[in-house]
Design a binder for this molecule. Structure first.
Ligand code: ZN
Length: 406
């Protein structure tokens, strides 16, 4: 089997970690910032040096294509090159550098392939400066309106349209990914969670992306003096909220153990130590790959009475995302490739969202996960040893060749 190069991959990871280097082990590389433009420019230079044709679409997504021996739709691999504030050197960019190393191996080893192979870079996956996340894959896959996205503003009032214009990377709409031009996508990414690392597994064979719901709960009580109102006459909205959070935990813990749920945001009014709280709000984010489990979560939410501890309870769904199942054939290619290379593997679902989940509505798609040490991600200590990354890149190459052989 063909093998990619440790030295070349390691050099790529080290070089690209300089674009937006925080000096503390991580990067801040917002989409279309000067740092991101420098990384894109270096990437394009390297792709051209390998003999690839590079175009961009109207959302500045980059497509660098290595011709195949036949005139067929291309097979894609890639990810994003932008980061969150003080992010790590692996989220997204590893998928781009893996695709680059995989293609460099194809060129250097003269590996025959019928289909063109295309490296793709999605613009603004993180949505760190311009909301929402996964903006540009979302536009070309029909999830977001382009006109609305162009109006998205950063904290200085600069619009995404202005950043796009200034970047010099906005190309033609005709270069967008379509099912006529592209056959499949295989994206490599770090897991961003602790499972593969804890279980000492080399490769996560990703079956899809978890569905999720996000609810906002609201509790209305009565404000009053903390020194004068006897306990039995109180309508304490915070106490009602706490009891409800406890109920949710008790009940949700009885469901499938793969369910994850979080109350990450809470507000208390008036938030003064001498006043009984009269309004408390909190959120519940719940994720699972099976829609049936999400339905069970909703049933538990519906059992919350309209009054708790004499406080009025209401809730609304802020937003939700259906679970995404990746392409079975491609999942098999990834699994078989990992087995043939002698790597340990497990099937896994992604908790975080990825561009690949939007693309999977347009063309057959799957993902490969490599472990994140201690599960750290979206922080400067995010780390995956090059040796572990290389296993993923070798699986990527083998899976690309299996998709090519169809
Ligand atoms: Zn990412």
């Amino acid at each position: 089997m063909y093998k990619c190069s440790y030295e070349r991959l390691d050099e790529k990871i080290k070089t690209f970690s300089k674009f937006g280097d925080t000096g503390k082990g991580g990067i801040t590389r917002f989409s279309l910032s000067d740092e991101a433009i420098a990384a894109r420019t270096e990437l394009v230079r390297r792709c051209k040096a390998l003999g690839m044709d590079v175009v961009t679409d109207d959302m500045a997504n980059i497509y660098a294509t290595l011709k195949g021996s036949e005139n067929l739709p291309a097979i894609l691999s890639g990810s994003h090159i932008d980061s969150v504030r003080q992010g790590g050197n692996y989220d997204g960019v590893l998928g781009v550098l893996s695709a680059l190393e995989m293609l460099e191996t194809v060129v250097k080893e003269n590996i025959p392939h019928k289909h063109p192979f295309t490296l793709v870079v999605w613009t603004n996956e993180e949505g760190a400066l311009f909301e929402p996340a996964m903006m540009s894959s979302g536009v070309i896959c029909g999830k977001f309106e382009k006109e609305t996205m162009l109006k998205s503003k950063d904290m200085n009032g600069v619009t995404f349209a202005q950043a796009l214009e200034k970047s010099g990377f906005a190309g033609d709409i005709s270069n967008r990914l379509t099912p006529e031009k592209y056959k499949a996508l295989i994206e490599l990414h770090i897991e961003q969670g602790p499972v593969l690392d804890i279980e000492k597994i080399d490769i996560g064979v990703v079956e899809g992306v978890c569905g999720m719901i996000n609810y906002e709960f609201s509790f209305r009580g009565q404000a009053g003096h903390a020194g004068t109102t006897p306990m039995k006459y109180r309508k304490d909205a915070l106490y009602a909220a706490v009891k409800t959070i406890q109920y949710l935990h008790d009940e949700l813990d009885k469901l499938d153990s793969a369910l994850v749920y979080t109350t990450g945001k809470i507000s208390c009014h008036p938030n003064i130590h001498t006043i009984i709280p009269d309004e408390v709000k909190f959120t519940l984010d719940a994720r699972h790959y099976k829609p049936a489990v999400i339905t069970q979560v909703l049933e538990i939410i519906k059992k919350i009475p309209s009054e708790v501890e004499k406080c009025e309870v209401s809730y609304t769904q802020a937003w939700s995302r259906a679970s995404v199942a990746f392409n079975k054939r491609l999942i098999d290619y990834v699994e078989t490739s990992a087995k043939e290379l002698g790597f340990s593997l497990m099937r896994i679902y992604s908790g975080p969202g990825h561009d690949a989940q939007f693309v999977s509505d347009v063309i057959p798609t799957t993902m490969i996960f490599v472990p994140s040490v201690d599960g750290h991600s979206h922080c400067e200590i995010e780390y995956t040893p090059t040796e572990a990354c290389l296993k993923g890149v070798n699986v990527l190459l083998a899976a690309m060749l299996k998709a090519d052989a169809e």
